[in-house]
Design a protein around this ligand. Sequence first.
Ligand code: ASP
Length: 509
Amino acid sequence: MSHSPAGGESRRIPVYPIIIAVILGVLVGHFFPHFGVKVKYAGLVFLNLLFVMVIPLIITSMIMGINGLGDIRHVGSIGLKTVGIYLITTFLATSTGLLLGVIANPGKGMVREANEFPEASYSIVQTPLSGGSILSFNGANLLLPSKINPQSQIVELTDQGAFGLIDPDSRIGKKEIPILKWQDETGKKVEPKLNGTGFRIKANPKKLTAGDILNSFVPRNIIRAMAEENVFPLILFSLAFGGILSTLGLAGKPLLDVINAVNITIIKAVELLMLVAPIGIFGLVAGSIADAELSTAGGFVAEFFRVARYGGAVMGGLLVHAWVSLALILWLVSRRNPFTFARNMIPQTLTAFSTSSSMATLPVSITLAVEKNKISERIANFVLPIGATVNMDGTALYQVVAAMFIAQSYGITLSLSQMLILVLTATIGSIGAAGIPSAGLITLVIVLRSVGLPVEGIGLILSIDWLLDRFRTAVNVWGDVVVASVIDRFEEGYEAEHPVRADMSEAVS
Ligand code: ASP
């Protein structure tokens, strides 16, 4: 069987142009930010094109993966191994994070920005066109926090107990916050008085009900799960569907052929898309650096230095995890040369870096793992989609360091048992985070809550989170492919004894 999922010669994925695109993106975003925000759109088109492939790819890869693995009991044992090894690497990551949090003491000497403005007077102006309103503040020395995140923060008018959801699509000014709608504590819409005194910016953790959690495992409507890019239920659905299909023999073959053809078509499309990846990656990197330059007082570099100790601790931890823990696993367990293996995955790393999304990177991950690193197609098809959803070493490590940083900034000393809880909840927080930009920032709330740390502390790390997100996503996908290589090695014997069924290899080659 050919290792190329497309069944033919593998196309050259441009490595050097992608590296140059990242460097150019950084330079253009920094020196010409107004131009940078314009080229962002080229990046967004690239991102959409990647995302459009993700849902059909996950479903078809999982179904093909299971059918390729053969006996359903064998699928079960590989599944257990996969999840087990994913948990081990995540545990290594959180331990590294903990160690760095203790040694680097990133929160030392940190000056917190004010999030509470009890004396500030405000006024609200309705904006009939958008259906929302603008909250403006008076007072010469009022300075809003340098970065407010509409996804995870909310404005509270303390004198009237109204909460404003921030409009994510409008720009937040120095003294103005665009508000989507006002609500009370229970979430009911309210019309606040138009003038008053006192407000604060606070965290807006999503309240999860038992029903939400259930729905996130067992989809009620598979089309809706696809439309909402709700990946976890799709994986479970594909596992069940693929498992049943594998027991049907000849009766299931026509459908399997169709699914296989869809799978091959998508991989082919990814190869074609990668030819224009440098343009998209350039746009994404230039756009986000430019955004950071324009929205942070004093420019991004100044802002970065304010939290450099924290940023440095996260990046240092990621480096150690990727190049000590995971590289050792590659070398000792998978018996692979980490440098060659990593060089083959460079486009994966840079796609993850520029998209901040494990999910968007999945098509590239599968293609390179199979074509360049010769991981068996059925293993890659099975292990990588699961990894992109549940295995996030970088995110887990970052959550531990972030929590320790926030604790240290608030002068809170964590006990040993609190640190252990931190390691545990960061593992859960990373599993729960979707493979999309900033997802780890949202599940960080669970981590902070578990040890009683102030959720408002998230405000301290927002300004550089978009950058750390890129680095942690790159490590997330690196972890996935390393584990895939481990499973591949464990399964070598089985693969030799159970060659791919003739009907499947016909379809593939
Ligand atoms: N962006 C990350 C990912 O897709 C998740 C995170 O926010 O940490 O892997």
